[in-house]
Write a protein that binds this ligand. Sequence first.
Ligand code: PHE
Length: 345
Amino acid sequence: MDDFKIDEIEKKIDEAFQKVSSLEDLERLRIFYLGRKGVLSKLTGRLPKFSLEERRKMGIQINFLKQRIEDLLQDKEKQLKESLKSTQPIIDMGLPGITQPIGYMHPLTQVIEEICGIFIRMGFSVIEGPEIETEYNNFTALNIALEHPSRDVFDTFYLKVSSSNSKHQKLLLRSHTSPVQIRVMMKEKPPLAIVVPGKVYRPDAVDASHSFMFHQVEGFLVDREVKFSDLKGVLYKFAQSIFGENIKIRFRPHYFPFTEPSAEVDISCIICKGEGCSVCSKKGWLEILGCGMIHPQVLRNVGINPKVWKGFAFGMGVERITMLKYGINDIRLFFDNDLRFLEQF
Ligand code: PHE
């Protein structure tokens, strides 16, 4: 019974279990003691060598040892799993998720859509035209005389190339959206009711109210019976839709070569309601667009008989409308792409 050494085995067990630091180690230990070829199974295998009396005693010892090892295994496993839990990141299913930032439409795009929407509901269609134009469409066909100052290079970006058509015309970046009137009227037969949103270019020095590129929405209507009062009604409805029911408008005589008579339209100042403040320079009125009845010469230039057809046209700056609507004091904010500004719309 001497080489049985069960006491020694028992002593080593505690030591062995203390060293275990992972579940893998623990499994190895289990196999070492309780596996098919493990320590305990070897002990049992040697039992037949002993007398019945000794066997009974040793059997009890072996069972006792087995129970002890099983207890130790269980305790250690629990302990290891606990410590593993505390080192793993805690997942709190109740926390709100990480929200992805959503994109917004640029404030100018929003206002362009709003403006076009108002005219679409009045029966207008939306058409776009090219930003590179011929001198003919941008000026000549619109009755802008050769010596008119707006043809001057200081008011228009001329391109170094000329158009490849037979007339070899000078090309330029359109300085207003009015040339699209010409394009549409040359192609389509009246009656017409069209709005044209788009970019326009003028060589202005950039400051709080000027930019070399800005946006306009042009509008025009051609029909047999069109009166200045129709223009007034359409623009009044427009001003009310975009600035509110209580807005007042006034038509101030003006000059454009392509309309006759021509006018500029003012709205009552949205800051002081007409009392006079710094935004409206104490006038109580803010200019928002140019308009008039399409000049008979413009109609003739596109092959429309001005004795049969009449029309009105208007053109507005989108930046200006947006600045007035939202109280923005610097046009450059639209083009800086600073999210702190853009996210407010
Ligand atoms: N094209 C003019 C401008 O850019 C605006 C306008 C359009 C005026 C149509 C009258 C009629 O200032």
